[in-house]
Write a protein that binds this ligand. Sequence first.
Ligand code: ADP
Ligand code: MG
Length: 239
Amino acid sequence: MSSHSIHLEAVTLVRGNQHVFEGLTLSLRETRIGLVGDNGAGKSSLFRLISGLEQPQQGRVLVHGCDTQADRKQLPKHVGLMFQNPDDQIIFPTVAEELAFSLTARGETRQAARQQAREFLAQRGLDAWAGRAVGELSQGQRQQVCLLALQISRPATLLLDEPFASLDLLSQARLAAQLDATDQQIVVSTHLLEHVYDFERVLWLEQGKVRADGPGREVCEAYAENVRERAAAERGRHA
Ligand SMILES: Nc1ncnc2c1ncn2[C@@H]1O[C@H](COP(=O)(O)OP(=O)(O)O)[C@@H](O)[C@H]1O
Ligand SMILES: [Mg+2]
C-alpha cells in the first residue's frame, strides 16, 4: 500500500526552553518504519506531533491529508498512538470502557461502541476481560489493552512508542507477530534494534535531527557502531 502519507513541513517544536525540532521536514510513506536513537533524541516528541498531542510553533504536520491542527477531529481515524507507558494512555476503569472510548472518539454512539467493544473482545477469546478493572491487570496486560484500543478503531497508521521495552521475550515475540499481521502503516520506536532490523525504512534521530535514514539493516548497524564508539571513548576517558 502506498496511500500512507505523513508529512512534516519545516516543523519547529519548542518544549520548555528547548528546541526539540528546528525546521524538520520529513515524509513517511512506507508501511513499516522504525525509529531509533538515544534517550532525548525526539522519538516521543515526533509521535506527539503526528498524533496531534503537540502542535508545532512553526510549520505544519499533515497526516493522510489532514492538518493536525485544523482537522483535529478527523485525526482519530487516521492515526493512533500507543504510549510508552500504558498508564499514560488508559483513561477508563474497565477494559470494555477503554475500548469503547476509541470508537466514540471516531463518532460512534456510546451504546454502539460498548456493544462493539464486547464483540471485539469475544472474537479474541477475551470475553472475561470486558468488565475487568484495568488497575488489576499486569503491566503487559495493560499494554495489550492499549494495543486492542488501537486495533478496534483501526486508524490507518499506528504509532508505537517503545512498545517492547517492558515486555519479556515471549511477549515481545507475540507483539511482533501481531504487528506483522496488520496491514496498517506502523511506525515503531525501539532500543531493541532486532525488531526493526528488517524494516524497509529506519530513521536514526539524534538531538532532533535525522542522522541517518534508510533500510533497517544499514541504519541499525550504523547506530549500533556509533554507540560502540561512544562507549569505547567513555571507557578510554575513565581509564
Ligand atoms: N514534557 C517536557 N517538557 C519539556 N521538554 C521535554 C518534555 N519532554 C521531553 N522534552 C525534551 O524534548 C527532547 C526530546 O525528548 P523525547 O521526545 O522525549 O525523546 P525520546 O523519546 O527520543 O527519548 C528532550 O531534549 C527532552 O528534554
Ligand atoms: Mg521517548
